[in-house]
Each structure stands twice: as structure tokens, then as C-alpha cells.
Write a protein that binds this ligand. Sequence first.
Ligand SMILES: C=CC1=C(C)c2cc3[nH]c(cc4nc(cc5[nH]c(cc1n2)c(C)c5CCC(=O)O)C(CCC(=O)O)=C4C)c(C)c3C=C
Ligand SMILES: [Fe+2]
Length: 457
Amino acid sequence: MLNEITSFCDISFRLCPKLKTPKLNNYIILEGRHNSWYSSCEASAIQCTHSVDKCCNKTPLLSANHRLSKQNPVGKVFNSADVCTFTETASKSPSHATEDKIGVLLLNLGGPDTLNDVQAFLYNLFADPDIIRLPRLFRFLQLPLAQLISVLRAPKSKESYASIGGGSPLRKITDEQADALKMALEAKDVPANVYVAMRYWHPFTEEAVHQIKRDKITKLVVLPLYPQYSISTTGSSIRILQSLDDMHLSGLPVAVIQSWYQREGYIKTIVDLIEKELRRFPVPEEAMIFFSAHGVPVSYIEKAGDPYKDQMEECISLIMQELRSRGTNNFHTLAYQSRVGPVEWLKPYTDKVLVELGQQGVKSLLAVPISFVSEHIETLEEIDMEYRELALNSGIENWGRVPALNCTSSFITDLADAVIEALPSAVSMSSTTSISSDDDNVFDYVIKMLFGSVLQS
Ligand SMILES: C=CC1=C(C)c2cc3[nH]c(cc4nc(cc5[nH]c(cc1n2)c(C)c5CCC(=O)O)C(CCC(=O)O)=C4C)c(C)c3C=C
Ligand SMILES: [Fe+2]
């Protein structure tokens, strides 16, 4: 099925950094290292004329959604399933042999297990240069800033975690997903060990890599539990993985599934869940389907070329197509939640849209969390408590929420298929490069970060 799979190697492709509104189908081929994808746009040495058919003088632009098989000068082939594979220029390993010891590494964000972990978890999160993207000159402020923001934000965060039972459910659910995926792979005759690497809390990436080495894994598929790619999620986790500079890991054939929001099994599972929840409404066809995605700052999209927004919109469109094909023709809308800090985030904002819909006379609303596959604080507290209350106070009378996918069997089976399809693409990892961010508006940015409302929202 449709995946965007890559392998660690010295050749990469990424969004044209100079396009004002980058589209998924506007890829240019750049020579550079894998882990700088989408993260360091100004590092591009290639001039772009912003034109779709002759984007760069050195390398051709891949257009038409790279649906058709095309070979570019650096030896990559894009096939009809959005899969990036390598030809002669990279040492591609054959499809998995029976003697291979296969590992699957699930990447996730992690969350505090108890209220005592909250501040340290927040520190790890804000210390990530893919979460607070400081201009290069001001990177020395990253850790003091993380300390300051985490201390000031901790009380509000603790309150939220307290309201959902005193900690994040992420570790437990991700472990259950790992077990279910292992069983699904076994059922498909592909025995594999499944590991979990969290970005900001235990088990950290280092712990997972240690286990992978201990178990003498010979082929690894990296599967981020984020359907849509963002610099702040999948990008950050992959950067850490590659920065480990581990001898064993660098020799290991690895395939990375960058994003998988367009997989049929995933889309159909969400549609099944939406249909089931719609049936609970007094008049199902009158309920507005309200997709609420986690937001990111607008600068990620407009300056750093993050494909997150495009992938999100394409994902919603695929879900709606599937619903329509089943005869469900409800109205729908997409909004972005969970903004943090003083900078502008993707719009429209979930809270504002809910109030507007209430004012416009919408009476029934089904919330669909779309950017994350497990229940977590933003579904259990933000949607189920804050947004529900806001919606009911704004005139919406019937409220419903689609559950997160968690261990839904058709979803896990689809993940197993994604892993199996990725196996033949595994190639050896190469070492690391640094990430960078935009250097303009330096003073503006730092002043906002220090004196803005980072701590309040
Ligand atoms: C696709 C999902 C997510 C994106 C994109 C994302 C970006 C992003 N998040 C923050 C700030 C915070 N995120 C926090 C927790 C958190 N975020 C996600 C998902 C995405 N984040 C998850 C799954 C979780 C963990 C939830 C849990 O159950 O523990 C938090 C901590 C919670 C809080 O205090 O609100 C913060 C802060 C930024 C700044 C950002 C993009 C730049
Ligand atoms: Fe987040």
C-alpha cells in the first residue's frame, strides 16, 4: 500500500525550501544527508526558480505526485506506491531472508508516567531543537530556555495529567500496540521483535537501540507512530536515532517508513470508527464530522517546508472519499488543536471553530482526533473535557468522539503489512549531520520566547 519509505543513505529528497506554499508533489532532489530532511532548508546549495517544471538548474523536479516510476540523476526510483527505493548507487539488501532476525522499532513521543515526571518530561521536550527552533546564533539558549519553560509550565501540565489519572497512558498503549504488531507479523509468517523508542520519556531511543543490539537484529524497520510526517515528531525521532552514531546500527540494514497516512487499511479503519460513532447520534446524517489535528507553528510549514499540513489535508480528503463511497455524506471540517506559546500556529484553531459552529446553529458534532494513533492527554483531557465543555456551552447539543485507533485489529494488521512491504528497502545507515533553523527575525523570536505567553497556553 501507499507509504513513503526511505532508507538511511547519503542521498535525499525533500520539499523545495523556497516554495512559499510547498506541495507534496513538489519534490526536488538534493544531495545531502537523510536526517536533514525538512529540517534544514537553508542548507540547500541548489538554486530554485520556484517553477514547477524547471525548479532547479542542477536537478529535475519530480512532479505529478511521483505516481509514475521515474529515475533521477542520483539513482532513486519512485514507484506508484510513494515508495522510495534505491538502485545501483546504494547497496540494497535483498528481500528478507529466512535467516534474518527482523526488528521493528516503533517511534513515539512518550509521556510522564507519574506527576513527578512532568517537569523533567517537559524539559526534554522543550530542549529539542525540533520543538523550539531557535536561530543558529541563539542555540546556546536552548537548554536554559527549556529549563525555564518547563518549570513554569509544569503546574498547568500536572493539572491536566492529574485529571486523566495522574500520568500519560502512552507507554502502556504503545507497549500493547507493539505486542499486537508482533502477533500480527507472526500470523503473516514474518517473525519479528518489536521495540519501542520514546522521544521524551522512557523507554528512550538509546534503551531501544541497546535491546536491538543485544538481540542481534540483522534487519530493522523503523515505524513512527505518527501517520503524517512533521519535523517536530517523526523528523525529531529519526534525527535522534541517526545521531546515536552507533557502530552496530550504522551497519544494520534499515528501512524508515516516513509517513503512512494514505494507507488503505488505516483510512478504512478510521472510516469504520467514524461510521460506528455516527450511528450513536439521534440523526446521524446531521452530525458535523470535526477533524481535530495537533497543530504546529506556521513557520514549520512556510519556512522549513514541513509537509505536515499537506499530508493532513490529503489524509482528510482520503477519509472523506471513503466515507462518500460508503454513502455517508455528512459535512466535515478540519481544525488544529494544542497550540503552545506566542507564535502563530496552523489555523483554524479548534477552540475558535467550535464556538463558531455553535453560533452557526450546528447541533451535533463528532470529534475525530487525527494526528495521533493512541489515546493521550490531548484526546482524554483537551478534547473530552475542555473542547466538549466549550462546544456544549456554544450551543452544540449532541457531542461524540471517535476513539483513538490504539490496538484496533484492522489497524494493527495494516501496520504489519506496512512493515512487510518496507523490508526489501532496508539499506545500511550512514552517520549524522546537524539540523538548523531559520536565522531571520532572530531578535523578534527570542524576545517572544522569553517574554511571550509560552507559559500560559
Ligand atoms: C502529531 C502529533 C504531535 C505534534 C505535531 C506535536 C507537536 C508539538 N507539541 C508541542 C508541545 C507539547 N506536546 C506535548 C505532549 C504531546 N504532544 C503529542 C503529539 C504531538 N505534538 C503527544 C502525543 C503528547 C504526549 C501526550 C501524553 O499523553 O503524554 C506537551 C506536554 C503536554 C502539555 O503540557 O500540554 C507539550 C508542551 C509543540 C511545541 C509542538 C510543535 C512544535
Ligand atoms: Fe505535542
